[in-house]
Design a protein around this ligand. Sequence first.
Ligand SMILES: Nc1ncnc2c1ncn2[C@@H]1O[C@H](COP(=O)(O)OP(=O)(O)OP(=O)(O)O)[C@@H](O)[C@H]1O
Ligand SMILES: [Mg+2]
Length: 890
Amino acid sequence: MPMKAFVDRENEFAIIRAFVEQACAGQGGILVVEGPAGIGKSALLDRVTAAGGPATFIPLRCHAQVGQLEAYGPLLDLLAQMEETRSRRKRLLRRSGESFRSRWPELLTLVPSFGPTLKMVAETLSGPVPGAPLVDNRMAARSIAEAVLLTLREKQPVVVMIDDAHRIDGSSCAALSYLSSALADQPVLLVLAARDDELTDNPPARHLVEDLCLHDMARRLRLGGLPVPAVAELAQLVVGRQPSASTARRITEQTGGYPFLLQYYFSEEKTRLALPAAAVTLGDVGNELAGNSNPESGLADQVGAVIWARLRRLSDDDLRLLSVASVQGREFHSKVVARLVEQPHDAVATRLHRLGKETRLIYPVEPDDWDESIGSDRYSFEHDLLQETLYRDQTPSQRRERHRKIGQVMGAYSQEHPEPPQEIALDLVRHHRMARDWLAAGRAAHDVACRLATTGASTREVVAITAQGLDDIRRMRGSSEADRLRAQLIELMLTASELSWRTRPEADGTVRLEALSTEALAAARTAGDIDLEIRIRYLHGKVLLYTRGVPAALGPLREAWERALHSGNAVSILLAGCEYGRQLPKADVAAGLQVLHQTETTVAGLPEVANNADPVVQRARYMLALQLGISLFDAGQIGPALDRLRTTIPAVRLRAALGLLPIGLNYLAQVEAAAGNLAESEALLTEAVELNDGSEPDGWHAVNLAYLGTRMTLDRAEPAGLPLLEQARAEAELTWQANLAPLVANLYATSLIAMAATNPIHYDTARQILEECLSETRRTGMRRSEIVALSLLGRLHLAVGDTMTADGYSAAAVDKLREVDWRLAAVCVEEVLYHHSRIQEARGDGEGAHESLRLARAEVLRKAGSLTGPARERFLQAVDLNQRISAGHG
Ligand SMILES: Nc1ncnc2c1ncn2[C@@H]1O[C@H](COP(=O)(O)OP(=O)(O)OP(=O)(O)O)[C@@H](O)[C@H]1O
Ligand SMILES: [Mg+2]
């Protein structure tokens, strides 16, 4: 951007400099520069950068038009910029720490200029799996924040300035939120410049700024109009003569000292003075302003008027060229414009070059790799307001037709020169939408969302983009292509957001998730694509699992699995088998284990699976391994379960972006605890809990928190465990997932009962929780949680001396277990039996107690049989329950 006359802003400049100095002294922070469009935010930042100083200045911008959808837009620009300035020897991967490296590969590929090369390196480091999230938003955001900090370390002290932050994407906001907490003792100053009114329309950005200010982590700096002396000075600088004091005052009043208007007026004035016939004086500027604007007409009209005063001097051809260019956006390509005006590129390139030099309405921008690959120059309009004015001056049909052509041209370029930067891919979607070319818009949205889901770590934007694509597809009449896209878009949206599915019904009683998966199922069926249909069927089963519980889900899941086996398609078999095999054990452990084994052996080593880059497929691969581990445990085979999970977890840790780590750690923690390795279990749970900062509710965080709290109270009688459980319950309530909430409730109750010996009030809380849990599990058919709740109610009533009621509950639990032949996932049979025997004993039923204890002991011995040597000893000696069972009478 060419430098322009700049006046005043001395106070603001001094404030920013003070922040810079403070950062240099090791006390970083955040500064938000605010004000309306054209008030001079960018100009001020440019000024600060140009003045140079004790720090490295890194100017960044959020891209016009697509900013809010561009996951990590400015931060990836920052990483790319830094990487370019770094010597080869020092490049990032050599220097990064272990945990960082493991999360980095997927994120890397978002940066087009160096993604592919570094990704190769990353793959050799972390194994042969290309990107594969289901990504956990928070972890990704934190990784990016870490990456940014790590990168900045080489340049410290450093001032990072993000301009146009009102357009920033939600993922960047999440990363900045992490970053902000690290800044206090880092020599890093972050400056965000934003239009205040538009900031309000961007919720993640608004929340970020409000939150930072609330916690005193950021300061706001508001820009207003220029004062009279500054206006006079600007006139002098631009026009070359000093206005009278009264004229300067009048102009200031009429423009509000608004720099954008002033710049345009004064440069207009300068041009007029240069014309031979011009007999105007500077005073006329003010007159014209007054004439143009009645007090009612706002700033926008004045802006339009001054811009047109300049545009009117262009030839018709030049004006048309810029008009067309404004449809592409604030930045545009000479190649695209040439195609639209149907003229040779060379001629258009020459005219744009001349326009840039003579008018300053546009200026050239450094082309990136993609621009170069399509052989185009890239230009930017001098100001957003200029592009907006030109764009608004076209009729709707003109705009639509131009968007349509731009969509076609850019679409073709993206085919010939693949891997366009994220911003270009998103812009393509926008042009198709503006042209109302719904099918193309949906397809482009699916492409870019897929790429983002595979390579990126930004669920938020994946969901936003797919939702938009879905909206588009719904606007058109059905065709098999549209139906396929509709199903695919829903599939991607639901899969990407699984970690935060909300299952509560809307006000009208519908459950949005179910409505979506049902819509996808219908669409996949009409599209006539068998593999897609199988995948959607299993997705639908999964949704039902969350919304209605296991029994409702098993039907569609079994169907998907049977169809998959019939089709012989390895990927379908894996996906359907993984999910069915994961849910079936909740009703039938042995049958579930068998489905998992069959799936594993069927797809083992098949390249369609092993080399598949689809994140959904990769996730299923690892999920299958974890599920086999926990199912072995549920079947009482503690030894094999330990072996399998201990070997799988390191691989899952390396692929943290898959989003499976919270699940895997939980499984292993459960088995370690059951084997008597209590400290190991607690450490794993601590690791799992720390994966999430609790800022957004997520079901697995709640579960891990609950398990951790339980370990603390049960193993160490540590009262600090209870608040964790309370928090877990609140979080589980928020996500309201049918399969997780009762689990958490039961864990909480277990700990309350254990701690009630010293504080009997806990009995009341526990009773209330268990009774609620019981009615909830009866409604959703979560049998295992129902049995556990019954047994716990039995224990509770025994403890308060109500043996009759205790027996009623506990016997019901035992009966239900007997019905399933003593095998049910996630239910510790010997525990239920042991406590039942105590209740029976209290009631004087010695024989019954004896029998229950005998069964419990048999169960313990059966499990011990899967262990050998010291592990077996440990299981029998270090697990409190097992000891009590073997020491018990009977
Ligand atoms: N202090 C100043 N002195 C002289 N000219 C200025 C000053 N501040 C801004 N301008 C001019 O006013 C115009 C608008 O300024 P700028 O682009 O910085 O506004 P902005 O607040 O960044 O607007 P937007 O929100 O649209 O990005 C530019 O032409 C700029 O050169
Ligand atoms: Mg600006």
